[in-house]
Design a protein around this ligand. Structure first.
Ligand SMILES: Cc1ncc(C[n+]2csc(CCOP(=O)(O)OP(=O)(O)O)c2C)c(N)n1
Ligand SMILES: [Mg+2]
Length: 566
């Protein structure tokens, strides 16, 4: 029988990201099994963490990962482990890896895979399965993974001994290709420990992650844009997550300054233009959304730069001429584009800048006045003497350094965090605004701190969202992570309760019982404090914090500001 041998030596550091590679899964020349090949490909893709929850069919895969030096992060359920993998993919731009068992494990994982699907994050989701010969007919715990994951994945597939290397290369390439997203791989119990026999195993694995293809020819097409901008009276940019993924921050800032165009950003792209940049003009579809849209409605030319309509909450309201600048064509047709420039976004923007002649279109002072009005709108409905939601955002921002990472959950609080938190760098704000699933921000904060231990990490979450995932506090404590978890306590699923109130319906099914977080947190190995005033919150933020575990601050807010704004 032909014996599969592991590939020749490969560098101990990833050439792209500089990450230390795990040790080789097996000495050169040794027979390798399917799991070892999978792990080797994941290592080549720069992945050093697996987020998951195990079952019987995962044991061989886990052992291969352990021997390869991967870190296994045991989320307290598959759903949160999967959201950790999503955050990993968002932060690194490389596939986050999550793992579940068959049946209940895989069905629990669906939410996180769907989240990566709509948040456009590269992910490799792996689920164990019963042996192949029983999969077609056996029923106990057996779900058809391909049908389960197909609607929320870019690809669903199985590994087999004679396909594993090819499948892994394709899985990584598909997950990473624009627009990125999840690939689900089923690993049958009789396959994970079997000898890998895929002939293509001898091909270099790094082929799986080529650089972004440069499709764009920086010539006449780009030159057309300066002419359009010059002809416009009030041009503006709407920048989104594809711009952030493409690393367009430098080119975007140069475009804004050189052409003199204000830039509105989508929530998941917060930081793609520093929010103290003179041409920053607000975050779309968060608090003050009518004000920001009115600003865009006043524009007569829109450059949509990597804007993904998955973040759009209502139908497209603009009539202005639109230029679509993206890594993918405007196949969504949520907005009609008068021109499309498709390719490497930074290269396109630089070509436009290079071709620009003329004075900036907007005065910086005009954009500043717009920002000042936006800020005033953001404070609408504050109640003097109370702890308002915007006070929480402001006080936490003031207490955190510029390079802090913030994660936000889903609910009324997200709308204020999304507009009020000042972001200075790309990928410094993690939120889900595609699927927008509650329970994201705590697992995301855990991953942010794991990957960026030197940067302060703040997790904003509602009391409803925390109740969904609070068992992960125990994980954060056991990992020794210094996190600041700020909980907006209003005893309510406020975002939904408000919609009931807007229809004059009573609050029904939308109230939740208060939890004493000052007592819950220590039981989870964390510090905890409840505050009900701005002064108490300031004190809690100023006090020395534990360095080896999270601090949970339950901010008992007055929700009146939500009612005034939403
Ligand atoms: C998993 C999930 N279930 C339900 C929703 C619908 N939803 C959106 S916001 C919200 C309320 C969130 O309550 P909480 O976490 O307390 O935040 P608040 O709105 O009170 O700030 C709900 C139920 C959702 N987005 N995700
Ligand atoms: Mg709430």
């Amino acid at each position: 029988m032909r014996r599969t041998r592991i590939l020749g030596a490969y560098p101990s550091k990833c050439e792209d990201c500089g990450a230390e590679r795990p040790t080789r899964p097996a000495p050169q020349g040794a027979v390798v099994n399917v799991s070892e090949v999978m792990v080797q490909y994941l290592a080549e893709a720069g992945t050093r963490h697996i987020f998951g929850y195990p079952g019987d069919p995962n044991i061989e895969f886990m052992e291969a990962a352990r021997r390869a030096g991967m870190q296994f992060v045991l989320g307290r359920r598959e759903g949160t482990a999967g959201l950790m993998a999503e955050a990993y993919g968002f932060l690194t731009g490389r596939p986050g890896v999550c793992m579940s068992t068959l049946g209940p494990g895989s069905s629990n994982l669906v939410n996180a895979v769907a989240s990566a699907w709509l948040d456009r994050v590269p992910m490799i989701a792996i689920s164990g399965q019963i042996e192949r010969k029983r999969e077609q007919t056996f029923t106990h715990q057996v779900l058809d993974h391909n049908r389960l994951f197909a609607p929320v994945s870019k690809w669903t597939t199985h590994v087999a001994p004679d396909t594993v290397a090819t499948v892994m290369r394709k899985a990584l390439r598909v997950a990473m290709a624009e627009r990125p997203g999840p690939v689900h791989i089923t690993t049958p119990a009789d396959v994970v420990g079997a000898e890998a026999l895929d002939a293509s195993i001898a091909l270099p694995p790094l082929n799986a992650l080529p650089a972004m293809p440069q499709l764009f020819a920086a010539d006449a097409a780009a030159a057309d844009v300066p002419a359009r901008v010059r002809a416009a009276r009030r041009p503006a940019v709407l920048a989104g997550i594809a711009a952030q993924r493409a690393g367009a921050q430098g080119a975007l800032a140069r475009l804004a300054e050189t052409l003199g165009v204000p830039v509105v950003v989508s929530p998941m792209a917060k930081g793609v233009l520093a929010e103290d940049h003179p041409y920053y003009a607000g975050t779309l579809d968060m608090a003050c959304n009518a004000f920001v849209w009115d600003f865009l409605k006043g524009c007569d030319l829109l450059l949509a730069v990597g804007f993904d309509a998955v973040e759009l909450i209502k139908p497209w309201p603009l009539a202005a001429l639109t230029v679509h600048i993206d890594a993918t064509p405007n196949t969504d047709q949520i907005y009609p584009a008068n021109a499309e420039l498709v390719g490497d976004i930074p290269a396109i923007l630089e070509a436009i800048v290079a071709a620009w002649k003329g004075a900036p279109k907007w005065e910086r002072a005009e954009v500043r006045r717009h920002r000042e009005k936006l800020r005033a709108e953001y404070y609408a409905g504050r109640v003097a003497g109370k702890l308002n939601p915007t006070d929480v955002v402001d006080l936490v921002r003031e207490a955190a350094p510029r390079d802090a990472i913030a994660t936000s959950d889903v609910g009324s609080h997200k709308l204020l965090v999304g507009q009020g938190w000042t972001a200075y760098a790309p990928r410094s704000v993690l939120m889900t605004n595609g699927l927008s699933s509650m329970g994201y921000s705590l697992p995301a904060a855990i991953v942010a701190k794991l990957l960026e231990p030197a940067r302060p990490v703040v997790c904003f979450i509602g009391d409803g969202g925390l109740a969904m995932v609070q068992s992960e506090l125990r994980l954060a404590a056991s990992l020794g992570l210094e996190l600041l978890v700020v909980v907006f306590c209003d005893d309510s699923l406020n975002r939904i309760e408000i919609k009931q109130a807007n229809r004059n319906y009573p609050s029904w099914g939308t109230l939740i019982e208060p939890t004493d977080l000052a007592r819950l947190a220590p039981a989870m190995g964390c510090e905890g404090v409840m505050v009900d005033s701005a002064a108490a919150l300031s004190r809690a933020l100023a006090e020395a914090r534990p360095k080896d575990r999270p601090l949970v601050v339950g901010a008992r807010i007055d929700p009146a500001q939500y009612r005034a704004q939403f």
